[in-house]
Design a protein around this ligand. Sequence first.
Ligand code: GLN
Length: 300
Amino acid sequence: MNLHETLSEIAADMAARTDRGQPADYIPELAAVNPAQFGISICLADGTQLSAGDSATPFSIQSVSKVFALAIALGRLGDQLWTRVRREPSGLAFNSILQLESEGGIPRNPFVNAGAIVTTDAALGQRPPKEYLAELLTFLRTAAADEDIHIDRAVARSETETGHRNFALAHFLKAHGNLTNPPDHVLGAYFHQCAVTMSVNQLARAGRFLAGLQHLIAPERARRINALMLTCGHYDGSGEFAFRVGLPGKSGVGGGILAIAPGRASIAVWSPGLNPQGNSQLGTEALEMLARRTGWSVFG
Ligand code: GLN
């Protein structure tokens, strides 16, 4: 199999699709993104990178940022983080409030919004949000070997204005004693973290440390982040994603997905239209095609 041809075929197939899902509309800035776009990029163990489609176009990484925030939080707190957030799939939408009340303010996992807000609070520590965001950008720029990675302030502002569910979650967490910082500070950091823009070229490179292709964090920590990506990275679509693609993956409502083929490749796809679970519709289909053709599923 010629991987470069495979990527071109996948991009051509995706360009012809008419059913592309719906871009997120609860963040007004994201609703305005043209859904006709698709990009894919792969970094391989031999150091090469292959791309096709709109691979250099920056997009809002949104919840894909939760993976990097988790790496930073674990670096600061180590296993203590797990006293504040669990490691179980939620089976519910990314922004659900339901479990948080019945489960005493301890979110199911670091990738649902409630868990990501706790993770960002932990990554923040006692620092002003600005300092944490600078650390996050340095982490991403180092991982991607590219200084041209930034925060889109218009997206952050847009979400701050409409993010009522996240405010509800943060206040609920605070009421349960599971936030050390004021809800406004944590959400300021969280909304800006979600508003980082990257292209799939940059994102695939930034994911290499999770595939074992770059040493940025301890390998056992990367292994555990992969486990959480596989079981929780697509919210109530995580089982379906594991079934269809068979790779650890993290989606964002900007339409990006970072997928990891351990030891082999870091893969980023992007297409703004989402499926009903809030995961990129064509991104998922492209990864399914790629996994089938390469045989890279972690399940053999
Ligand atoms: N910033 C978005 C939110 O908190 C991220 C959600 C996502 O990408 N799934 O709602």
